[in-house]
Design a protein around this ligand. Structure first.
Ligand code: HPA
Length: 250
């Protein structure tokens, strides 16, 4: 009998494993869409069972545009996950999206190109037009906000995630355009992950970890990778506690 998975996590840049998982099993799967980014690690935290997958691979060898988003989500769904949190490093555009803090976006604008964006993209597959007016699951977003509040983690509730192609960072002009479009955050991996999750009827929300000011925002003249990694480490350190608080509230 398959045991329930309470929550699946897709870790982004800076988060390659979930600490202190007990009774770990590793699942190396092949899917109808190819291989996921890495093995899926399933284990328990307290009385909760979680699945973890490193989006870029555990050694960070897969760039955002080469992630096999379909295989990742299909594999998590196949193993029994029904609720997924994508953890994504982002640049802050809006003034309150300050490096090192966390945000739970509520909207998306997709600027990516040449990624496979749908499970329908297979000859003969039934075409399905999902409703994507609200790209994230409201109850899961709310769970994250309440969990953060309950343990005193500062988190921004809402914001529009602009998904870019990467792997390069954006120009100032690109970010100005994104700001005019209404984007508050910019990252490279939010799409098509969110849309594919909806196609599989998974509950899905995003924890955005603000790693830097986006190009031309804040006081930044040039974005340094060292700074990105230092900020990300500070933001990432809060994720396990937040996830445990979320699990307690589910
Ligand atoms: N742009 C896109 N993706 C990112 C950024 C950024 O500034 N920072 C971290 N991921």
């Amino acid at each position: 009998m398959t045991r329930t998975i309470d929550l699946a996590l897709i870790g982004g840049t800076g988060l390659y494993r979930f600490p202190d998982l007990q009774g770990v099993e590793r699942h190396a799967l092949d899917t109808p869409y190819g291989h996921p980014s890495d093995s899926i690690v399933i284990g328990t935290v307290g009385r909760h069972r979680i699945a973890f997958l490193a989006r870029h691979g555990e050694s960070h060898t897969i760039p955002p545009h080469r992630v096999n988003y379909r295989a990742n989500l299909w594999a998590l769904h196949h193993l029994g996950a029904r609720r997924v949190i994508g953890i994504n490093a982002v640049g802050g555009i809006r003034a309150d999206m300050v490096p090192r803090i966390l945000a739970v976006p509520d909207q998306i604008i997709d600027y990516t190109s040449e990624r496979i964006t749908s499970f329908c993209d297979v000859a003969g597959a039934q075409v399905r037009h999902i409703d994507f007016s609200e790209p994230y699951t409201a109850s899961l977003r709310q769970g994250l906000i309440e969990a953060a509040d309950s343990i005193g983690i500062a988190i921004v509730d809402g914001g529009c995630y602009g998904a870019t192609q990467g792997p390069r960072l954006e120009t100032r002009a690109e970010v100005s355009r994104m700001r005019r479009d209404g984007c508050d955050l910019v990252g490279m991996t939010g799409m098509p992950e969110a849309a594919l999750a909806r196609e599989l009827d998974l509950e899905y929300a995003c924890i955005a970890l603000i790693a830097n000011w986006a190009a031309g925002c804040g006081e930044t003249k040039e974005i340094s990778l060292a700074e990105i990694y230092a900020n990300l480490a500070a933001a990432t350190a809060q994720v396990p506690t937040l996830v445990v608080a979320l699990l307690e509230g589910l």
